[in-house]
Structure formats: C-alpha cells, structure tokens
Write a protein that binds this ligand. Structure first.
Ligand code: PBG
Length: 331
C-alpha cells in the first residue's frame, strides 16, 4: 500500500501562536487577578495557639488574635475578600453560638470589621453546622429530619447577628428552601439594607467536603443528601436553584464544589444576571496537596491550572484556600 501524496505543508498552523512565551502571553485570554480570590478562614473558640488542620496542610484554625493578623496579611497581599467560619467551644441542638453576639464568629467579624473597615469584603458563613452538636446545617424535627422552616428562623437571627457584627456579605450555605428570602426579609426589617447575600445556589452533596469536617470539628454522622443537591441531577435543577435565590434577593450566586462541577458553573455563568462565584473546596485543596507532597504533581502548576479552569468556566470570583499564595504568584 502506498501513502497518499501529502501537501508540501499544512496551510493552517495554530502552533505559530504557541512558539514563544511572548506570543503565548499576547494571545492569552484567561487571567487570575488577586482581587478575584477570596480566602476562607477558620476561627476557633478556646484555643491559645493556632491549630493546624491536618487534612489541609497549610490551613489552620485561628485564635482571635492570629485571625486578625492573618486577615490583615491577606488583605495586604491583595485578595478580594475573606470568608469566615467559626468553631464554638460548646455546640448544642439549636446552634446557639451562631446568633449569640458574643459567639466566636460574631466576635471575629466585629474585630475584623474594626480592624479592616471597608478595605476588604468581609463575608461570613451563614449556616448552623459549625454550631450544632449533631452537625447538621439546620435544627432537627422530632423524627430526626432537618426541619426546613424552623431552620429559617434560626438563619434570619444568625444573619442579623452577622450584619450587626459588620459582615458585608452573608454566605447562605445551608441549602434550606427559602433561606435567602428569609434572611433578606430579616435584614431589611432591621434596616440592614446594604448587607448583601452571597447565595450558595447550586451546592452539591459532595464527598469533597471531607476535610472541612476536620476544619470545623464537625460531629456529623451520616450525610447532607436530604438537603444538598444530588450530583446525578441535570443542570436544569441547578438553574432553578439559581433563579430562586436571585428572586429571593441574592446579590451573588455561588457554585460549589468547583472543579467537578465546571459544567454547572458554565451554565450558571451563562444564565445569571448577577455575579457568579465558585468555591474550590477543602477536598479539592487536599487532593492536590497530597499528590504534590508525594511528588506526583507539580503543586504550583496544578494550583494555577485548576483556578484558571474555574475562571475559564465563568467564575467572576473564586473562594480558595490558596488565595494568598496565588495572589503573590499572579500580581
Ligand atoms: C456549610 C459549609 C460547608 C462548606 C462551606 N460551608 C460544609 C458542608 O456543606 O458540608 C464546605 C467548604 C469546604 O469543604 O471547603 N457550613
């Protein structure tokens, strides 16, 4: 068999634009900016020193003092905002620490607000799982199920406490139906018209939250499949969740997790009239750190590649535990 005659050379040569670093830089489309990155931070009550989260190398549970320091450094590094999680000393069935003005998260918000003012965007996790002794995102009904409507009252009260403590944006992450509307109504009634809501709109029941359980000393037995979304559902369900959150008053919507849900992120970014965030969560962080530790992946390169993918899929901002490091790399 004889080979067909080939043309002398291919006419179209995409490799021309890849030949030198300068050419590649010229045609590059997706850029990570430090101000697009939001740093999630943990503050824990009753500790004297920061406590490392072993499944998230480089991440710690802060004391109030170390939190203020690290937050100021992050802002100095140019990150776009901070997302705060609190770990109370005592947990109970209704998550009393969540809306107590002297609860760990509200104290931290007040301190950071006093320290940083409007120099950054202060966000807070608005969910009960860090505060409940059973570890669920809401309060439980007598049969042990998570009670949607009773939980809305707790969220409204928690939202007020966080707004009063100085949060700019409240991250409604509990996946109760009607949560954005309930929090918005409570804020408006109390005159907190300018406090915004970052709605976790599509949020999937994911195994990638694993390391977060350690990060917040969670006691959860079981899973969150009765309220978080099923990964096998289509993108239409995600778009419906987004439409509900926006109708209820969400100022920004977030997709979570990020990397395994880039299809969802792209669809939400195409459809959403409000800015879209993505959360590169604890398990996404842990798997890269673990592989890099073994020398199986080039850590820095993979961090930038995952974040670039999330940006390319349509995120205007990304919550990532690497925010400070990447701000330094991309400045
Ligand atoms: C709810 C909340 C969770 C995360 C952010 N907000 C836990 C969950 O939904 O199970 C996970 C973040 C991460 O895994 O990095 N309080």
């Amino acid at each position: 068999m004889s080979l067909p005659q080939l043309p002398a050379f291919p006419a179209s040569r995409p490799r021309r634009l890849r030949r030198t670093p300068a050419l590649r830089r010229l045609v590059s489309d997706v850029a990570l900016r430090p101000s697009d990155l939001v740093l999630p931070m943990f503050v824990r009550e009753g500790i004297e020193e920061p406590v490392p989260v072993t499944s998230m190398p480089g991440v710690v549970q802060h004391t109030q003092e170390s939190l203020v320091k690290a937050a100021a450094q992050a802002v100095e590094a140019g990150v776009g905002g901070l997302m705060l999680f609190g770990i109370p000393l005592r947990k109970d069935a209704r998550g009393s620490g969540a809306d107590d003005p002297s609860g760990v998260l509200n104290v931290a918000l007040r301190r950071l607000s006093a320290e940083l003012g409007d120099a950054t965007v202060l966000m807070s996790d608005l969910c009960l799982d860090e505060f409940t002794d059973h570890g669920h995102c809401g309060v439980l009904a007598d049969d042990g199920s998570v009670d949607n409507d009773a939980t809305l009252h707790r969220y409204a009260s928690m939202g007020l406490a966080q707004a009063e403590a100085g949060a700019h944006l409240l991250g409604t992450s509990g996946m109760m139906d009607g949560q954005v509307g309930a929090v918005r109504a409570a804020l408006d009634a109390a005159g907190h018209l300018d406090t915004g809501i970052l709605g976790y709109a599509p949020k999937y029941a994911s195994g990638f939250y694993g390391p977060f359980r350690e990060a917040v000393n969670s006691t959860l037995v079981g899973d969150r499949k009765s309220y978080q979304q099923d990964p096998t559902r289509t993108v239409q369900e995600a778009l419906a969740e987004v439409a509900l959150d926006i109708a209820e008053g969400a100022d920004i919507v977030m997709v979570k997790p990020a990397l395994p849900y880039l299809d969802i992120l792209r669809a939400v970014a195409d459809a959403s009239p409000v800015p879209v965030a993505a959360y590169q969560i604890s398990g996404e962080y842990a798997m890269v750190e673990a592989a890099a530790e073994r020398g199986w992946l080039d850590r820095e390169r993979i961090i930038l590649e995952t974040l670039t993918s999330i940006k390319r899929a349509g995120a205007s901002m990304i919550l990532t535990y690497w925010a400070v490091e990447v701000a330094g790399l991309t400045r």
